[in-house]
Design a protein around this ligand. Structure first.
Ligand code: 15L
Length: 270
């Protein structure tokens, strides 16, 4: 793999990847709607709006691998999700197909399955249970990835990312925290491992309270180095200051589940 494009490079996760992945591939390109304020003279940046097919085509021209972090990364009104995460994502996969991109690593999210209760350990074989319009768009992205993988032969990896940060910031994040260096490991598996056709993996570090069975990632060589438990004290102290949230604390997706929640039914046990 020589040429790799990171979309969403001006965002929080993208900014970390820019630094961690520098020099990893001979031609590392970055893209986002707006130029990152701290762009270095040695970085290659192409501004592109995902909703503009011509701009997306220019952005992917000549790349072999794409790490797609671009689009809306939290819950938002439907129109915003629709344009960036549905139409924009389709533009990206179409451009990738036309220019014969070999690999795509798609930043899916834990919110594609946020409505599973925390007491249940899930793998990647259960049906999606999105907890938000954003989560629905991530489930769509996983489906679109499978379609382009099996129909058009692009090697696609969907990473159901937990929470990327220096350390877990509350009880929920103790379970789903992903150390940035561990994310890089997962991305490299998606870009480089010879056995990738279509894979779904969880983006979590070595966390004792994790709710996910990430067996496939381990089979493909993932060896996380981050240990959420090392930050338990600070995370639980922060948790104690958060408001009560019976719905959010029951389900894996947290506040994404409790926001706009008006189900008259009891919390789902399964
Ligand atoms: C996500 O998918 C978001 O992109 C991120 O901002 C966090 O909210 C994260 O999930 C999380 O669940 O903590």
């Amino acid at each position: 793999m020589r040429s790799v494009l990171i979309t969403g490079a001006a965002g929080g996760v993208g900014g970390r990847l820019r630094k961690l992945m520098k020099g990893m591939y001979p031609d590392l390109r970055l893209s986002d709607l707006k130029t990152p304020t701290d762009l270095g003279a040695d970085e290659t940046f192409i501004a592109a709006d995902l909703t503009d097919p011509a701009a997306v085509a220019r952005m992917v021209e000549g790349v072999e691998g794409i790490v797609h972090l671009g689009g809306v990364s939290v819950e938002a009104p439907w129109e915003a999700i629709l344009s960036a995460n549905i139409i924009g994502l389709h533009n990206l996969f179409e451009a990738a197909r036309k220019t014969k991109v070999k690999r795509i690593v798609f930043a899916s999210s834990n919110h594609a399955v946020g409505f599973y209760p925390r007491r249940r350990k899930i793998g990647t074989g259960q049906p999606v249970r999105p907890d938000s319009r954003y989560g629905v768009s991530k489930a769509f992205g996983e489906a679109l990835g499978a379609f382009y993988a099996y129909k058009h032969g692009i090697g696609v990896t969907a990473l159901r990312i937990g929470n990327v940060d220096d350390a877990p910031v509350d009880k929920r994040r103790l379970a789903i925290w992903l150390k940035p260096e561990d994310l890089v490991q997962l991305i490299r598996i998606g870009l480089e491992h010879p056995d990738i056709r279509y894979e779904v993996m969880y983006g979590a570090s070595d966390n004792e309270t994790v709710w996910w069975d990430n067996e496939r990632a381990f089979q493909l060589g993932y060896r996380p180095v981050g240990r959420g438990e090392d930050s338990r004290g600070a995370a639980m102290a922060a948790q104690a200051k958060l408001p009560a949230d019976p719905v959010g604390n029951w389900y894996q997706g947290g506040t994404f589940c409790s926001a706009e929640y008006d189900s008259p039914l009891p919390l789902a046990e399964d």
